[in-house]
Structures are given as C-alpha cells and as structure tokens.
Design a protein around this ligand. Structure first.
Ligand SMILES: NC(=O)c1ccc[n+]([C@@H]2O[C@H](COP(=O)([O-])OP(=O)(O)OC[C@H]3O[C@@H](n4cnc5c(N)ncnc54)[C@H](OP(=O)(O)O)[C@@H]3O)[C@@H](O)[C@H]2O)c1
Length: 287
C-alpha cells in the first residue's frame, strides 16, 4: 500500500488564485496591497526566502518594497525602520526575515510591528489572539498546514495528533489551531522521553526538528495509515530534505508531505493571503 502525496504546490496554487482575485477586487476599490520586506545581512538562505516571497507577491498583484540592510545594523536603526514602515500608509504588511544578527533582539523587533501589519502573525498581540481563538492574522506555516488538511478534507476532530516542535513559529501557534479543530494534541520536543511511544500511537504526526543528525522519523515509528506532515527544511545526503524520507514513509502512511513541495510553498501562499487581508482591513473593507 502507498499513501497519497499531499501536494503543497497544488494547494498553494489554489490559495494564490483566491488571493489574486481578492487583490484585484481591493485594487478596484483604491487599495494597492503592499508588503515591505526587511532582510538583514548576507545569509544566502534568507536572501532566497525573501526573493521567493517577493516573486510570489508579484504573481498575485501585491507590490513589494525591498529593504536590505547591513549585517552590522544596530537595534536602534532596525527599530526605527520598523517604526517608519508602521507609519507608512502605503505599506500594509511588514515581513522581517528571521533570524536576525546576534546584536539584535529579535523579540523587540517583532513586537514593534503593528499587529495590523503583522503578516507573519508572530507579534505577542496576534499570538495572544490566536490562543484565544480570535486571531485574524495567523502565523503562516501553521495556517498553511491547516490549509493542507482542509484541501484534502482531513477531519481532525477527535484525532490524536503528535507534534514534534514547540517553537513560537510552528509548534505553539499550531497547537491552538489544532485544538480549534477538536484534535487531541501532544507537543513533543528535545527533552521528550521515548518519543517513538508517542508517534506510534498518533493518527497525525507533524514533525519540525530540522536536524537529521539528531532526529529522523522512520517508518517503524508510525502506525499504519498515519498522516505525516513534514515541516522541516534541512539537508541530508547532499539534498534538500525534511525530518523523514518521503519515499520510505509514504509506504505506510495514508497521507504525507514531500520536502520540497509540501509545507514550504503553502507557507508562502499564506503570507500573500495575510498581506491582502491586512490591506483590506486597513481600509475597513473586511477580509
Ligand atoms: N516549511 C516551511 O515553510 C518552514 C517554515 C519555518 C520553519 N521550517 C523548518 O522547520 C524546522 C523547525 O523550525 P523552527 O524555527 O521551529 O526551529 P527550532 O526553533 O530549532 O525548533 C526545533 C524543534 O525541534 C525540537 N527538537 C530538537 N531536537 C530534537 C530531538 N532530537 N527530538 C525531538 N525534538 C527535537 C526542539 O526542541 P526544544 O524546543 O527542546 O529545543 C524544537 O522544539 C526547521 O527545519 C525549519 O527550517 C520550515
């Protein structure tokens, strides 16, 4: 038996088409959706992520304003850029690409972004609203994962879900989204003992470790018919990879995401969706 591939590219395309339509509608009402991107330093990976996001924006009719800053930038300078973007009425979304250099306090920068322009959904305000089931702008990777479940009509109610990640970016926001869908959620991490005991009984496993020297999700760690969402982006044997080998896991899983082509593309699509939502809200047009 072989399970069904969760095709993140196809789901992302469907979301992008909806966003493109929404962007064109708000343009006809005089709002030109615009995302400001902030890239600090010369990390090749971060530069590629930002470039891909800008390209995706162009595809759906979102304008981007590019800010590329020196690695040596001070906290004060970066804070003041965020302040000026907060005050710029032509900018609807602010994306600060993480990680930031060591001299910068990331939390301080992210917290400074206006919640209504927080298209990454990572400010304390929006994270708090999410925990209370009231968020409008939600973290992109977790909301993208929820979009994958929706697209494949996977009902989460009553499902036993094991997540391997507890970061502010993935595990914590996703926990609240899964609870909203009435799943029973267990959050595992590097200090979890006997991890395989958890994964073997899970209906759904969402894994986001990102270091194959520390962790690999193998076939013998999942039950027959489990659903596996691999969020990680790492390198293994010289290739882009997640926490598991898709070809191996899909032989036992009912559904699984490949890496690349799974969670990555849908994450970018959710950023576009949030940007158009932020642009709509800025003029009281609704989302
Ligand atoms: N597909 C996408 O669009 C997308 C978006 C964002 C991130 N990612 C990828 O997702 C991965 C995680 O990102 P992140 O920012 O959340 O990273 P992170 O903050 O480093 O989180 C990694 C998580 O894995 C846990 N962990 C580490 N070693 C473990 C082990 N041996 N057993 C079980 N759990 C272990 C950590 O536990 P502790 O909390 O105890 O340290 C932590 O909760 C990365 O590969 C990243 O590139 C993908």
């Amino acid at each position: 038996m072989s399970g069904t591939k969760i095709d993140g590219l196809a789901v992302a395309q469907a979301v992008k088409e909806r966003v493109k339509k929404a962007a064109s509608e708000i343009k006809s009402q005089g709002v030109n959706p615009c995302l400001a991107t902030v890239l600090v330093g010369d990390s090749q990976a971060s530069a590629t992520y930002v470039k891909n996001k800008q390209k995706a924006c162009a595809e759906v009719g979102i304008t981007t304003k590019d800010h590329h800053l020196q690695d040596s930038i001070s906290q004060k300078e970066l804070n003041s850029l965020v302040d000026s973007l907060n005050n710029d009425k032509t900018v609807h979304g602010i994306l600060v690409q993480l990680p930031l250099p060591d001299q910068i306090n990331e939390f301080e920068v992210v917290s400074r972004i206006l919640p209504t322009k927080d298209v990454d959904g990572l400010t304390p305000h929006n994270a708090g609203l999410l925990a209370m089931g009231k968020a409008v702008l939600k973290a992109c990777t977790p909301s993208g994962i929820m979009e994958l479940f929706d697209y494949y009509k996977i009902d989460l109610a009553g499902k036993n879900i094991v997540m391997i990640n507890r970061s502010n970016l993935i595990g914590k926001p996703l926990y609240h989204m899964l609870l909203e869908k009435n799943a029973t959620v267990t959050t595992c991490h590097s200090k979890t003992k006997n991890l395989a005991d958890f994964t073997k009984s899970a209906d759904v496993i969402i894994t986001a470790v990102g270091d194959r020297t520390k962790f690999t999700l193998k076939q013998d760690m999942i039950k027959n018919g489990a659903i596996v969402i691999d969020v990680a982006i790492t390198r293994h044997n010289g290739k882009l990879a997640g926490d598991c080998d898709y070809d191996d896991i899909i032989k036992k899983a009912s559904f699984a995401t490949p890496v690349p082509g799974g969670v990555g593309p849908i994450t970018v699509a959710m950023l576009l969706k949030n940007t158009v939502t932020a642009a709509s809200l800025s003029k009281g047009l609704g989302s």
